[in-house]
Design a protein around this ligand. Structure first.
Ligand SMILES: [Zn+2]
Length: 107
């Protein structure tokens, strides 16, 4: 069975030749495919946090950020991209970008 190029009519009996062909003839398609994959991962992640934050409304949570720092406080609300947290130490409410959050844990 020949290996078929997904982007044009090219066929080869050798998988290596096909890989070479794609690299040479369709470099942009490869980039696009890569980016599509990354988008999917990002969307999946934010949906997870969305579903989770909905269930945590009014709960005490610990947020861990990508840089390792943490905040403990009460979930006051959320939007598509942000969480509204009332810190435990009674300081002013803070808006947290979900993209900066690594984990969200119920206390
Ligand atoms: Zn091709």
């Amino acid at each position: 069975m020949p290996y078929k190029c997904p982007y044009c009519d090219f066929e080869s009996l050798n998988k290596k030749n096909l890989e070479f062909h794609i690299k040479e003839e369709h470099p942009r398609e490869i980039e696009k495919e890569k980016r599509k994959g990354e988008d999917k991962v990002e969307k999946g992640k934010s949906k997870e946090i969305n579903d989770f934050s909905r269930g945590l409304h009014g709960e005490n949570v610990i947020l861990t950020f990508l840089d390792g720092s943490q905040i403990e406080g009460k979930m006051k609300g959320y939007s598509r991209y942000e969480l509204l947290i009332e810190p435990k130490n009674d300081e002013e409410e803070i808006v947290v970008f979900k993209g900066a959050v690594k984990t969200l844990k119920k206390v």
